[in-house]
Design a protein around this ligand. Structure first.
Ligand SMILES: [Zn+2]
Length: 67
């Protein structure tokens, strides 16, 4: 699990979204912090489950914080 302390980009206040990603194929659950993009989608950088699943997930927003 990658743990990075992201710095605010260029002084812009970034809205951070914590999301739970559950794999619908094997049931693995990931808690990730993402970024809300302009089109309302949450970008987490998450690409693939350990089982190889890349597109069948249930994504649940957990909390919102502004840094
Ligand atoms: Zn999986």
């Amino acid at each position: 699990m990658e743990e990075r302390e992201a710095k605010p980009e260029e002084g812009v206040r970034v809205r951070r979204e914590k999301v739970r990603i559950r794999c619908n194929r094997c049931g693995e659950v990931y808690i990730l912090r993402g970024r809300r993009s302009k089109n309302g989608e949450i970008e987490t950088g998450f690409v693939q489950c350990v089982c190889g699943n890349t597109d069948d997930f249930t994504i649940t927003p957990l909390e919102t914080s502004v840094i």
